[in-house]
Design a protein around this ligand. Structure first.
Ligand code: GCW
Length: 871
């Protein structure tokens, strides 16, 4: 927790900056209570994330120090928060040896007007844009003065955090004189929390907001979360799921929501909620929810008034309508603009906004209709409505035309609305990108979308400038990050927090680079040591493409189980159903023809220059080729490789890259917080194994479908792999897996636990060369119990482990995982021809200790092996 990490060794404590009496007393108490730290910096605790202010003391010592007399010039709650935060932040700093501790001067926080009044004669910027700030270090009457001035108190708070970020990342404050303002007004997170405490697509535990059908009693986490959000400039938080939102307008719930708003208010994060467009009927008991019905209009106006009576700074509402089973205006033949405007008119007198989602499509499309195309839906529906939305409506558009895919083009709708404010929606929660079990830094993906130039009206129109409201001169606009945080360390994985951080930073300034953001985050959370920063940042920056490499290819979109968990491979799950995430593979070719000439016409929704590029396969970038075109497997890419060979190569490459992430992390051992080191080490080991599951599923599948061999001979050949179904089985039964490609050879073995059958076993006789080997057991960690496994060689136990992880579903592609056994000295296990290898599985409850294969791989790191290369 906060206090316990503030303390350092006694020597460091002596070097601590001098603080004014009160602050010093608080910090000293905390430091005394803390155990002595090793020289290794500790990573953030979950609650503090990047705000622990304890990482890299050596860099925090950069002079000049912050004058320790810190005070606000006004009475605003936000200014008070800013003061406390700076006190907390500099408590973790030290001054470098020999530098004079700051004992004089002051640090002031206020609005520009307050600063002007307090320091008459000082040159002060005439104007700063809304929510912006000015940071200045100067001398005032001979004493150091640091000014944190906001255009309003919000700006002052953001400025305080910015000052602290500069200190934490080692910036030199000597000539500090900076003005910043957010690029766009709407910078919200959406949480998708359900009243029962679950979180849709949340991988970080139960909701911090709701439990048991109501708002939680203890909202401390909410305040802590709001502090994190404010620190990266986020100013709104929509707490509930866009699906099933009706219960959130019940009077009791609104009272609870008011408590949430109170909990976030000290950090300037305004509450928003998702609303169900059918609420007038579902909650209000009206006969209709037709947005043009006068009673419906009156109901909404009264409901919104009721909210504002309790939450005067309520930010607004988000709407998902006529989409994936949610009711909408289409039931009455009304348009999204009709629905949005009723809400907008009710909110306008209070200053609230409507975020109307463009994620509207028919999920009962006809697969056999070659012109049907889900990607077209948003543009087809919303483009004709441009100009019909009230000024306080913002159309919220997912970055791609389908659904948060690891690779898909930018939505053409961004260029299709010139008279409407727009926001880009992205996912911090890694629904289609590894669900926080895989390390995937998303800023490079988001940057690609933000920087994409749509060339609207044949002029520069990067998406970021459209959503800033600049390109088409719109009043509002912004970015929405669907974060779905929970009680398990927010996102459920410490390294995934980089994505929440990056979202806030990009919404504040989309011109920041992914590299810069990664470096900032690493310095604040892991270490400021250059070699650590370089390694972590390299890993982060590689991680998205690594994930793309072992999952999809060439813009096919997801090859995951789209009707289930959205996690492991399930190649055909996207096909032959109404969801429209098709890739249309057959033995001759693959891809969706979205050209105007011969396909669905989607390419023609882009402005002319971009449309022209996507219209032809020759000018479509390889990474999106199969999104726009149906191509033969033997078609040669720009690289000269055929598509099928690319599929083989990229999946082998991706699995190797995933393993490399683990190798890179291993170089950090002893240099970073041991707990974080071990946590991420285990995750990366798992990820490397799951990357092999993905690789093999995709490679096996397309090898079988096309019958075209891998020029490098890898596909379909697994040297060192011994299948369970080909072994001597005792008790185990052979079972076919669906889909077949998710198990090696399409089969696994399972042990049916019956009273007589406590364990089952699989036995192989080793027939390879003698040497030291890593022995990997590929098993399925199924739900319903924790099966136990033991690996023995010639009757001697080499390893035991439990299948006790919890994966998103019970399908093979989600649960297939591996355990690699090594010798007691950490090196490979010695094997010689004739040795008997045996895996014993003990089922537990309904977990049948399922096994796929073992793989025997020479331990190349072992000295003996290199010496014993001679046969
Ligand atoms: O990506 C899909 C998710 C749904 C989600 C939907 C949406 C809230 O799988 O869980 O529902 O998108 O964005 O509305």
């Amino acid at each position: 927790m906060a206090g316990s990490k503030v303390g350092t060794s006694a020597a460091a404590r002596l070097r601590m900056v001098f603080l004014d009496a009160i602050v010093f007393a608080v910090i000293f108490a905390a430091a005394s209570a803390a155990p002595a730290q090793t020289p290794v910096a500790h990573a953030q605790t979950n609650d503090q994330a990047w705000l622990s202010y304890t990482v890299g003391h050596e860099r925090l010592a950069i002079p000049p120090p912050i004058p320790p007399s810190i005070h606000a010039l006004g009475n605003s709650v936000l200014e008070q928060s800013a003061v406390r935060e700076i006190q907390l932040g500099i408590a973790g700093t030290t001054v470098i040896a020999g530098a004079k501790a700051a004992s004089a001067g002051e640090t002031v926080i206020g609005t520009l007007d307050e600063v002007r009044a307090a320091f008459r004669g000082l040159q002060i910027p005439a104007h700063i844009a809304a929510h912006g700030f000015w940071l200045k270090r100067t001398l005032w009457r001979g004493r150091p003065l640091i000014i944190v001035a906001g255009s309003n108190d919000h700006g002052a708070l953001f400025g305080a955090f910015d000052l602290l970020r500069r200190i934490a990342t080692g910036a030199d404050l000597t000539h500090l004189d900076a003005i910043e303002a957010p690029a766009m007004p709407i910078r919200w997170v959406d949480e998708w929390g359900n009243a029962n405490g679950t979180v849709e697509r949340g991988y970080g535990g139960r909701s911090i907001f709701f439990e048991g059908g109501k708002v939680r009693d203890d909202l401390n986490d909410v305040t802590t979360y709001a502090r994190l959000l404010a620190s990266v400039g986020i100013n709104g938080c929509n707490v509930n799921n866009v699906n099933g939102a009706a219960p959130f307008l019940a009077p009791e719930m609104i009272k609870g929501l008011a408590r949430i708003a109170d909990a976030m208010r000290p950090w300037g994060v305004r509450l928003a909620i998702s609303v169900d467009i059918a609420s007038p009927q579902k909650v209000g008991g009206l006969k209709t929810f037709d947005p043009l019905d006068p009673d419906v209009k009156a109901w909404w106006a009264a409901k919104i008034d009721e909210i504002y009576q309790q939450i005067p700074d309520f930010a607004g509402v988000t709407v998902k309508a006529d989409s994936e089973g949610q009711p909408g205006p289409a039931s009455y033949g009304r348009s999204p603009a009709d629905a949005a405007n009723v809400l907008a008119n009710a909110l306008a007198p209070h200053g609230g906004v409507v975020l109307y989602r463009a994620f509207v499509y028919n999920n009962h499309l006809d697969y056999n209709d070659m012109k049907a195309d889900r990607a077209r839906a948003a543009y087809d529906i919303f483009h004709p409505l441009d100009g019909q939305f009230a000024p306080n409506v913002i159309v919220q558009i997912k970055y791609g035309p389908i659904d948060f895919q690891a690779e898909e083009p930018v939505s053409p709708l961004f260029a299709g609305l010139h008279k409407t404010s727009e926001a880009m929606e992205l996912q911090v929660t890694q629904e289609y990108l590894g669900q926080q079990r895989h390390l995937v830094y998303l800023a490079p993906l988001w940057k690609e979308k933000l920087d994409f130039d749509l060339r609207a009206e044949n002029r520069a129109a990067p998406v970021k400038e459209i959503i800033e409201g600049k390109s088409f001169n719109q009043p509002l606009g912004g970015m929405i990050g669907v974060s779905c945080i929970g009680r398990d360390g927010w996102l459920g994985a410490p390294m995934a927090m980089v994505n929440l951080y990056a979202f806030g930073r990009l919404a504040w300034n989309p011109n920041l680079s992914a590299e810069q953001i990664a470096a900032e985050w690493t310095k604040q959370t892991i270490s400021t040591k250059p070699e650590v920063v370089a390694t972590v940042d390299k890993m982060l920056l590689e991680s998205w493409q690594t994930y793309v490499h072992y999952t999809g290819f060439l813009g096919t979109q997801t090859l995951t189980d789209i009707t289930g968990s959205h996690y492991g491979p399930n190649i055909e799950a996207s096909e032959r159903n109404g969801w429209g995430q098709w890739h249309r593979d057959d033995p001759q070719g693959i891809g969706m023809d979205r050209s105007v000439a011969t396909g669905t016409g989607f390419a023609g929704q882009y402005p002319p220059e971009v449309a022209k590029m996507y219209e032809s396969a020759a000018t479509t970038p390889d990474s999106l080729l199969l999104f726009f075109h149906h191509m033969p497997w033997t078609y040669k890419l720009h690289s000269g490789k055929t598509i099928i060979q690319y599929v083989y190569d990229i999946h082998y490459q991706g699995a190797e890259e995933a393993a490399q992430l683990g190798d890179e992390w291993a170089t950090l051992k002893g240099k970073i917080d041991p707990q974080l080191y071990e946590d991420e080490r285990a995750r990366l080991e798992y990820q490397a194994g799951h990357a092999i599951v993905w690789r093999d599923a995709i490679v096996q599948y397309f090898l079988k479908e096309t019958g075209i061999p891998d020029a490098l001979g890898r596909a379909g050949h697994y040297p060192g792999r011994l299948e369970a179904e080909g072994a001597r089985l005792t008790g185990y039964k052979i079972v076919d897996v669906t889909p077949w490609e998710n198990a090696s050879g399409g089969k696994i073995v399972t042990c049916d636990a019956s009273p007589a059958q406590k364990t089952c076993s699989v036995e192989w006789t080793y027939a390879g060369k003698a040497g030291r080997f890593n022995i990997t057991v590929q098993y399925l960690d199924l739900r319903g119990g924790a099966a136990h496994f033991a690996l023995d060689v010639n009757g001697a136990v080499a390893a035991t482990w439990a299948a006790d992880a919890l994966f998103p579903s019970n399908h093979a592609g989600d649960t297939s995982t591996r355990f690699t056994a090594r010798g007691p000295d950490g090196r490979g296990i010695e094997l010689k021809p004739g040795d008997v290898l045996r895996v014993e599985g003990a089922p537990d409850a309904s977990d049948p200790a399922a096994l796929d294969y073992i793989e025997i791989e020479r331990d190349v790191s072992s000295a003996e092996n290199s010496a014993a290369k001679v046969p």
